[in-house]
Design a protein around this ligand. Structure first.
Ligand SMILES: C[S@@+](CC[C@H](N)C(=O)[O-])C[C@H]1O[C@@H](n2cnc3c(N)ncnc32)[C@H](O)[C@@H]1O
Length: 149
């Protein structure tokens, strides 16, 4: 089997960035969120603990496994899950909240995918990287909140 093609290296979000991401989501409970490139699962776990039904997509098999293990260690497996999957191939239409910590080179293509697939009112929260055309509605400490209209 070919090794997974990764668009972004693994760099974990800091606890402070995750705190801001969760705050920006303004969760009411039961929202469906997906983290695109979920690494060790820390963002997925934080959102699940804050009340979301959380899903990670991770292309690196060993990180996907680690993320799922971390979910189980935290006892969050009823509301959080990591799928070993390339996020470009994931159907994002069912999610109310998308989080990502990407890289500049992917943001144009990702803007297109998100605008095509997400429903009106869906939130996208990006750690550090901005979309080329989409205007954020909120910015804090290099975390950007976008809303699909
Ligand atoms: C910058 S890290 C962010 C990890 C986590 N979201 C966080 O904020 O702590 C990006 C992750 O995306 C994964 N990744 C890269 N390209 C991917 C792709 N095409 N599909 C799914 N995951 C991918 C990498 O393996 C890495 O774990």
């Amino acid at each position: 089997m070919e090794p997974a093609k990764l668009d972004i290296p693994f760099v974990p979000s800091t606890a402070e960035k995750i705190r801001i991401m969760v705050k920006m989501a303004n969760l009411q409970g039961g929202e469906r969120m997906a983290d695109l490139g979920s690494g060790d699962g820390r963002v997925v776990i934080a959102f699940a603990k804050a009340g979301a039904i959380a899903q990670g997509f991770e292309a690196d098999p060993s990180r996907a496994m680690l993320g799922q293990k971390n979910i189980i260690v935290q006892g969050m497996e009823d509301v959080a899950r990591i799928s070993e999957k390339n996020f470009w191939k994931a159907d994002l239409s069912e999610f109310n909240i998308i989080t990502l910590f990407g890289i500049t080179s992917m943001m144009k293509q990702m803007e297109k995918k998100l605008k095509k697939e997400l429903k009106t009112g869906a939130k996208v929260i990006s750690n550090t990287f901005i979309f080329p055309e989409w205007e954020p509605v909120q910015v804090e400490n290099n975390v950007y909140l976008y809303v699909k209209n």
